[in-house]
Each structure stands twice: as C-alpha cells, then as structure tokens.
Design a protein around this ligand. Structure first.
Ligand SMILES: Cc1cc2nc3c(=O)[nH]c(=O)nc-3n(C[C@H](O)[C@H](O)[C@H](O)COP(=O)(O)OP(=O)(O)OC[C@H]3O[C@@H](n4cnc5c(N)ncnc54)[C@H](O)[C@@H]3O)c2cc1C
Ligand code: FES
Length: 535
C-alpha cells in the first residue's frame, strides 16, 4: 500500500490535524488522502444546501442530485474528514443497540421499520456501488455476535428471537467462527457488508459534480436558518438546508440533551490472509461498565496487500472528555484493545494504525433524521450510534422524500422531535452526568504550573475562577486559551492521544491550536496571553 503525503503510520505525529479531527490518521484517510475541492468564495443559490460531507451529507446530496435538484455541498474540512474517515465501516442491519431493546422503546412497528430501513440501506449502498461502478472493496459477508464475558446467554436468546420476528434471517451457533478462545452462544447474521468508506464517498462526490451540483471544502457554515446560511462569510440561499455535521451545529440545546458523545478506539494489525474468511465480529458489551452505552469490541478484515489483511479492531469506549473516570486515560486505551485482539487472533502481526473517533449515542437507540425541531425546511442527521454507515445512508433515502413531500413510513421513527418516554431514566442519568461536568468550573486544574506540562502535551490550569487550556509544543512554546467551551461553557479536558481539548458536556472538540474541530461549538477557544496563565 502506498503512503500518501499525509501519511502518519502508527500515528500520533500528523502535523496537519486539519485533515481530520485529531492527531491520528485512520487507514482510510491514509490510503485515499484528503478529498479536496475549492473553498466557497462567492454568494450562491441552490435548491438544497447540504452542510457536511460525511456519509450522511454526501449520500443525501447524491440522491437529491439524482432527482435533478441543484445541490451545494459544503464542508469545513474535506470530504470524509469527519467521523466517516475514522469509522470501521461495518455496513449492517445487525444494530448494536439490539432489536429487543429497540422494540421496548419504539414498539413492534418501530422495530420493524428499523430492520427494514437498515436492510434497505445496505441494499442502497450495493446498488450504488454497482450502478456507479465503484471500486471500494464492497463485499457481502457474515457477521457474528458473541457474548461478552460479563454478559449472560439471555441477551443472545432475546436478540435471536427479535431478529427473526423482524425479518432478519439469523442463525444460532455453538461456537464463534474465526475467533480463538471464544465459545458460543453466537448469532450469525448472513448478508451483512463492509467497504472502504472514503473510496465510496470519493466516487459519490464525483457523481454529484457530474450531475451538475457543486461541492466545496474548507468551507464553514454558520448562521443557519430557514432559507439561507453563511458559508465562509458568503450567503448561500436555498429553500431546503440539510445539516449533516454529525452533531447539529444549528441547535444550541434541544438535540444535545437527547444524545451523548462517546469516544471509541481502533487498532489495526496486519494478519496473514491464509485460512482467513473476511467476516464481522462483535460482542454484546461490557455489562460492568459505568457508562449507559456499554463498550463492546468490534472487528473486521480489510484488503491490504497480497500477503496480509488488515485486522481492524475497535472498542474501549468512554464518554468524551471523561476517560479519567475509569483511571484509563485516552492514550492507555490502545494496549487494552491490542491485548484483547491478540488473544482472539493469535496470528496478528504488527500494529500499523491506531486512531480514535466520536460516536453520538441517542437516548432511545435510533438516529435523528428529519426536520430540525421547530423548523420547516431545515433538516438534521445525527445520533448515528455505532451504525452511522446505515443511518447516514437512510438519510439519503428519507430526506429526499421529506424534501419532495413524499410520504415515507420511517419518518416517525427517525423524527428528531420525538419524545420517547421509555427512555426517561437513561435521559435523566446522562443529563445529570452532563450537569455534573459543570462542577469542573470550580475544581482545581490538572496542573498548577506551566513547567509541569511536558513538551507536546496539553493541560488545564486554574487561576482563581479562571481556567486555561494550555498546549506546550515540542519546542517548549506555550499556547494558551480560555478552557471554557464556546458551546455552553463546560471546562475542556486534554486528550493526550488525539492531541485535542475535548468537552465532556456535548462533545465539542478543539485542536491544540484552539480551533474548533467538532461541534456543537462553532467558534474557537479564545486565545489568552501566556503571562496571564499563572497569575
Ligand atoms: C471508530 C469508529 C468506528 C465506527 N464504526 C462504525 C461501523 O463499523 N459501522 C457503522 O455503521 N458506523 C460506525 N461508526 C459510526 C460512523 O462512522 C459515523 O456515525 C458516521 O461516519 C457519521 O457520518 P456523518 O456524515 O453523519 O458525520 P461526519 O462523517 O462526521 O461528517 C460531518 C461533516 O460535517 C463537517 N462539518 C462540521 N461542522 C461544519 C460546519 N459548521 N460547516 C461545514 N462543515 C461542517 C465535518 O467537517 C464533517 O466532515 C464508527 C465511528 C467511529 C468513530
Ligand atoms: S459541547 Fe456543550 S458545553 Fe462544550
């Protein structure tokens, strides 16, 4: 495999963090490179403005362009440089929140539509790959769900019954094919899929442009309202606006009390191809975890070179900005994953990539895809959970229907304005966790003196009621900012692995240069004179 100009194999040393939302490069970004277009430099008019060029925005724009609409897509990074560039791209209707849970929150009809829509999403991807002749390693394959050591067989029994009820042809097995040291029960999901997400997005983007629509990168949207938005300071007028920014940047509070940011980690090893059948594997989750969304391990194989696959293993999740609660800071999560994978895949060789990313966990298991609450022609896609490949693709089916005024049976299930009373206990726990983060406003900082910060690291320093986010560069230069998140004022935390300041409240993230990388915050951390920090 050739390394591109932004190559950062084995990571932590990507000098251009603007390529993606962190210091580490994923295999996907490393193998394709930034998918870049001109920044927007003029006022424009379009039928639909799509903000965000991840799988949600690009799939929606593709479908709309196919219907003959003139679409303008803008992204403040590059195509796929958000979480789509950091995914592991299992493309499944085997939802990680489980159909027996979805049924509890959304009833039988909701669970049926969940199965139908995610199945349709896999079929959509396959059809587009064939129609556009996209070389993106798309393949249908089996998925295997097995018990986490802290869980009981009932989870598998309940999920087997629920999947069969909702038309997913699962099978029960007594062992876990392809995994050492794990025994059954296990569920086999035939006909799942995987692909290279950035190769897929690149071709979809080319198709969007070929159909007469427009794509701009390094183009930041703000002032989003009915009928228009500002992009790089220019006005874009559009009757319909789709905000596909992973977490909605047009919403101050409402949606951010209904979903919660978690960080998840990936280690990729080389593994000999001999006797390996590409499959997907994941477990039922750590039932002893303190998080509402239980971390689970997820694994796939990816074409890499003639001799080896990449074994891509994910997990070790925690709420964003709160890794220390488990006394395991961000940078200590990879060895846990590596150890887990080496026990189950004893023939893995060296670790060639490591990266992490952020997942928005909805309070009631399903994504939010539809009209932004209170708006008529502004739409959002968010709350993707660990199934953003299919959730993002569902946006590409559902939103064009809403925009065209066609009825769609899935509209109610994904309605961002829905209230799910069954989710109230989790809603209260998650929001009280968010509220507790404001306690950091009066807590001591991580260190009290600049000299305690090692070169190449960051920290939060307190000075009375003031808090400073400080980064010391490799040459010892100090870069200081206010540590109060520009969304709603929580104190940011240093993430030593991705070299970013992460907000524990709603998941905004800022680079070591203080620049906003993830919403909902829209503006950078204000810079502070270094002399003020220790006063
Ligand atoms: C490690 C990891 C593993 C995962 N594994 C899987 C998996 O196996 N299967 C699965 O289905 N899902 C998985 N997911 C989830 C999935 O990757 C995401 O849900 C999905 O990629 C989100 O796509 P998106 O288009 O909604 O957001 P993104 O890809 O984040 O796109 C949003 C875009 O909006 C842009 N943007 C933000 N603000 C602005 C602004 N103001 N103006 C302009 N542009 C803006 C960003 O630059 C970004 O490019 C995983 C996620 C992670 C992190
Ligand atoms: S993300 Fe909401 S306060 Fe920081």
């Amino acid at each position: 495999m050739e390394q591109n100009q932004f190559s950062a194999k084995s990571n932590g040393d990507n000098k251009d963090a603007s390529v993606t939302s962190g210091s580490n490069l994923s295999y996907w970004l490393d193998s394709v490179g930034p998918i870049q277009f001109e920044p927007l430099r003029k006022d424009l008019t379009a039928d639909v403005l799509v903000i965000g060029a991840g799988i949600s925005g690009i799939t929606t724009a593709y479908s709309l362009a196919k219907e003959g609409r003139h679409v303008v897509v803008v992204d403040d990074g590059f195509v796929g440089s958000g979480e789509t560039g950091r995914t592991t791209a299992h493309v499944v209707n085997a939802l990680d929140d489980f159909y027996h849970e979805i049924e509890k929150y959304h009833g039988e009809e909701g669970a049926r539509y969940a199965a139908e829509s995610h199945t349709a999403a896999i079929d959509f991807v396959e059809r587009v790959v064939n129609e556009e002749n996209i070389d993106c390693d798309f393949v249908r394959l089996n998925g295997y769900l097995f018990l986490h050591q802290t869980d009981k067989p009932k989870t598998i029994e309940d999920e087997y019954a629920a999947t069969r009820k909702y038309g997913i042809p699962t099978e029960l097995l007594n062992d876990v094919p392809g995994l050492a040291g794990e025994s059954g029960p296990c569920m086999k999901y035939p006909n799942q899929a995987q692909f290279h997400p950035l190769k897929y997005l690149k071709c979809l983007t080319d198709a969007i442009i070929r159909m007469g629509s427009e794509v701009y990168t390094q183009s930041k949207a703000s002032d989003i309202k009915e009928g228009s938005a500002k992009v790089n300071g220019h006005e874009v007028i559009a009757k319909h606006i789709v905000v596909a920014t992973n977490t909605p940047v047009n919403d101050l509070v409402t949606m951010h009390t209904k979903q919660f940011p978690y960080r998840t980690y990936v280690v990729a090893f080389t593994i000999p191809k001999a006797n390996r059948e590409p499959s997907l594997w994941w477990d039922t989750g750590d039932h002893e975890s303190e998080w509402i969304t239980m971390p689970y391990n997820y694994v796939r194989l990816q074409e890499y070179n003639d001799e080896d696959y990449l074994l891509i293993c994910g997990g070790a999740d925690h709420k964003t900005g709160q890794a220390d609660k488990e006394s395991t800071p961000e940078e200590d999560r990879y060895p846990i994953l590596e150890d887990w994978a080496r026990k189950r895949f004893p023939d893995v060789k060296e670790v060639v990539y490591r990266w992490s990313g952020q997942v928005m966990e909805p309070i009631d298991t399903m994504g939010y895809i539809g009209r932004n609450p209170g708006d008529k022609n502004v739409y959002i896609v968010t709350g993707d959970s660990g199934n953003g490949m299919t959730h993002g693709t569902i946006a590409g089916i559902l939103l064009p229907d809403l925009i065209a005024g066609r009825s769609n049976p899935w509209e109610k299930l994904y309605d961002p304005a829905r209230i799910t009373f069954r989710a109230t206990p989790d809603y209260l726990i998650e929001n009280s966790n968010t509220f507790k983060q404001y306690g950091d406003l009066i807590a001591a900082g991580d260190v009290s003196k600049l000299e305690e910060i090692p070169a190449g690291e960051g920290s939060v320093i307190s000075s009375g009621l003031k808090k400073y986010a400080v980064y010391k560069d490799e040459a010892g230069g100090i870069h200081a900012y206010s540590a109060f998140c520009t969304h709603l004022g929580c104190v940011v935390h240093w993430n030593g692995e991705e070299k970013s300041f992460d907000c524990p409240c709603h998941g905004s993230r800022f680079s070591r240069e203080g620049k906003v990388m993830n919403g909902p915050a829209l503006s950078n951390l204000p810079e502070v004179e270094v002399g003020k920090v220790e006063k």
